[in-house]
Structures are given as structure tokens and as C-alpha cells.
Design a protein around this ligand. Structure first.
Ligand code: ASP
Ligand code: MG
Length: 408
């Protein structure tokens, strides 16, 4: 009897009525004689409420208690789901992270999974359990405290469990039909992809597509887990994540993604000498700034400009750390320019490795719309640009058309 993992996100378990859709899908798999491990998120926006509660009590909260509180959302949905399945006559039991156990680092609120023992689960399956409902997003550290895996982390719980138990598949049920060429709310011509390579999905997830937790894609790629993204409210084949070799035809560009709220910071008049960039970015990393794109201009009279981008909500911290650095004579610069009104758009595709002219086509398309590009960065399979936020939709629509993504 093979095992499958089914993960249901917050919108798929939002209330008892909605949960019935999940119950139907689970019952179907049980009828197919599968051992089923269900991983659940917290109901609806429960986790957001819990975060607010923590912040209400304490502005600089203890991360161990934050995790203990946040993990409760998933405990509730897991037990409710187990009861609903029992109502259907199915032998089901809820499992919290520590009961499996899912061992993680003690990096609270962003812990990483170190090990999953499947012994306890296997034993219960042998003794008649048909469905195990596992609370996603949580684990236990080797210091014996509850941890959480970072927002959106129940995808990672699901893929990690699928890898640990060598599941036949890991189906991620959500509120959309699968992975799209871009956000359908921006372009009606966005198309659902039947397949996407792990590598492309990894880029899309880390560049802003919110469908899957980035680390779940990393794990799927590493352990070759067969992941499908499906709609819990409909029937359909969803999108399959697979190896590059399993893609019949490598499209040059598979998807366009974006991150709306970005900021661009420029340090003007920085000394052009060894070690300076190291000091600047050391300051920023100490302030925990998530620096993304970086450019340094050619120097004039031994002075240069350094530009970087970060999420808008980190700008004040970044500014503060650089101004503090200047005050304490750690960094020298003439002026700090901040632009909070930018967005990042990225095009992603494994076919870029073997095709030339993609950057040209992207820049020309934006140029034809009179959209100015502020910063560019590339990797082997993606090109990202920073542009004025007011052009975000227009840019995505014109790139979607230029790369003929509605024809996939
Ligand atoms: N409930 C958690 C969150 O909202 C984890 C998840 O849904 O994946 O971030
Ligand atoms: Mg999610």
C-alpha cells in the first residue's frame, strides 16, 4: 500500500463547511487504498490573528513563546479534520509536530527541519489508522521547545514528510488551479502551466510568487518528490513540479513574477577602495536587512555610488543602520537616496540557458512602453528589473504578451 501526502492550506480549511471539500478528496484516496497523511494549515487567517495577539502583549516578544502561540492554529485544524473524518467512519488521528517527531533547529519563527522519524506513523498505520492528520508549520527543537518553520511553512512540512516516508505523491491543495504564467488578477490571459521544473518553481517562489513556500520547493527538488499543486474546490490536473529532463519542450520563458513593495537605496559618494562594500553590507546584515539586487557604478575621482534594493518595510531599518554607520565613522558617503516607490518584475525560464536575446526582448518591450528600468539583475534562468511601481501592471501585461505566454 503506498502513501500519499495531501496538504490543505488556510483557505481550504477556513471553516467546517469548506473543510468538507477536503474531506471528499481524502475519502477518495482512502477508497483508492492509499495510506494518507494529511498536512493542514491553520484555519483561514488564524495565524495572522495570533501574530497580532503576540504583538499586543509584547512589542519585543520572546520567540519561543511566539512559536508556542502560533503553532496552536494548526493544532486546532488538525484535530477538527480528524473528527470530521471519524464522522465519515474513517480511522483517523491528529498529530502535532512533537508527536511524530519533526525535529528542527532552534531558530525560532524560522526553524529548519533536521529530521523526521516516520516510525510512530508507520506503527499506527499498521495498527489500523487510515489517515494521519499532521499539524503543518511546526516542529520541536532538540532543546525540547515547539518551533515554527516561517510563514507559509506548512508546504515545507508536507514535502518533508513526503520525502521522509517516500510517498508516491505530495498534493498541495490551495485556492487556485495551479501555477500560472503570471498572476491572473493582473492579466486575464495568464495560463495555468501543466508542468513546471523544480528550478523554475524555485526561482518563481523566491521571487515573489506566493503559491508555494520556497523551502518546500528546495526539498522537493533535492528529494525528487512528485509535487502537484491543485485546487481544493474543483477537479483538475493542477500543475506538476518535475525535473527539467521531464519537460518535453523547454520554454524560453515560463513565467513572470513580481514583488510589489520594493525600495531602492543609493549611497552616493562612497570611497572606491577594497573593503568598502564589505563594510556597507556588514552594517545592513547586522540590521537583518534582506538585501536583494546590488549595483556599483564605475568610479569618478575614486568615489562611486552603490545601489541596492530591499523590501519597503525594511527601509527605515536600513536607513538607520547606514546613518548610524556614518555617524560612528564606520562608513563614509556623501548622501543616501531612498526611493520607496519601486517594484521588481522577473521573467523565469530554463530555456534561457540555450537562447540568446531574451534580455534584449525584455528591455525593448519595457522601453516601447516608455518604462524606465532602474536596476537589473540576472541568474542563469531569470532576469529581474526594478521599475516605478505605477508601471507594474503595464509592464507585466506587455511582457506576458511579448513572450507569448498566453499561448502555452
Ligand atoms: N499557518 C501558517 C501561516 O499562515 C503556515 C501556513 O499556512 O503554511 O503562515
Ligand atoms: Mg501557503
Amino acid at each position: 500500500m503506498s502513501t500519499i501526502v495531501m496538504k490543505f492550506g488556510g483557505t481550504s480549511v477556513a471553516d467546517l463547511n469548506i473543510m468538507q471539500n477536503a474531506i471528499l478528496k481524502i475519502v477518495e484516496e482512502v477508497k483508492n487504498k492509499k495510506k494518507v497523511i494529511v498536512v493542514v494549515s491553520a484555519m483561514g487567517s488564524t495565524t495572522d490573528h495570533l501574530v497580532r495577539k503576540v504583538k499586543e502583549v509584547s512589542a519585543i516578544y520572546d520567540a519561543r513563546e511566539y512559536d508556542a502561540i502560533l503553532s496552536t492554529g494548526e493544532n486546532i485544524s488538525a484535530s477538527i479534520m480528524a473528527l470530521l473524518l471519524q464522522n465519515e467512519g474513517i480511522n483517523s488521528r491528529s498529530w502535532q509536530g512533537w508527536q511524530i517527531p519533526i525535529i528542527t533547529t532552534d531558530n525560532h519563527s524560522n526553524a529548519r527541519i533536521l529530521d523526521i522519524s516516520t516510525k510512530n506513523l508507520e506503527k499506527r498505520f499498521t495498527n489500523g489508522m487510515q489517515v494521519a492528520i499532521v499539524a503543518g508549520f511546526q516542529g520541536i527543537s532538540n532543546k525540547n521547545r515547539i518551533t515554527t518553520l516561517g510563514r507559509g511553512g506548512s508546504d515545507t512540512s508536507a514535502v518533508a514528510l513526503a520525502a521522509a516516508i517516500c510517498a508516491e505523491r505530495c498534493d498541495i491543495y490551495t485556492d487556485v488551479d495551479g501555477i500560472y504564467t503570471t498572476d491572473p488578477r493582473i492579466t486575464a490571459s495568464a495560463k495555468k502551466l501543466d508542468k513546471i521544473s523544480y528550478e523554475e518553481m524555485l526561482e518563481l517562489a523566491s521571487l515573489g510568487a506566493k503559491v508555494l513556500h520556497t523551502r518546500s520547493v528546495e526539498l522537493a527538488m533535492q528529494y525528487k518528490v512528485k509535487v502537484r499543486v491543485l485546487n481544493s474546490f474543483k477537479k483538475g490536473s493542477g500543475t506538476l513540479l518535475c525535473d527539467e529532463e521531464d519537460m518535453m519542450e523547454k520554454k524560453v520563458v515560463s513565467g513572470i513574477t513580481f514583488s510589489k513593495n520594493e525600495a531602492k537605496l543609493t549611497l552616493l559618494g562612497v570611497k572606491d577602495k577594497p573593503g568598502v562594500a564589505g563594510i556597507v553590507f556588514d552594517c545592513l546584515s547586522r540590521a537583518n536587512i534582506n538585501v536583494d539586487m546590488i549595483i556599483q557604478n564605475i568610479s569618478d575621482n575614486d568615489l562611486t555610488d552603490v545601489t541596492f534594493s530591499c523590501p519597503t518595510d525594511q527601509v527605515d531599518m536600513a536607513k538607520e543602520s547606514l546613518e548610524e554607520g556614518k555617524k560612528n565613522n564606520i562608513i563614509e558617503y556623501r548622501k543616501l537616496d531612498v526611493d520607496r516607490q519601486v517594484s521588481k518584475i522577473s521573467i523565469v525560464g530554463i530555456g534561457m540557458r540555450s537562447h540568446s536575446g531574451i534580455a534584449k526582448k525584455m528591455f525593448k518591450t519595457l522601453g516601447d512602453e516608455n518604462i524606465n528600468i532602474k536596476v537589473i539583475s540576472t541568474s542563469e534562468i531569470k532576469i529581474s528589473v526594478l521599475l516605478e511601481r505605477k508601471y507594474l501592471e503595464l509592464a507585466i501585461q506587455s511582457l506576458h504578451e511579448a513572450f507569448e505566454l498566453s499561448k502555452v
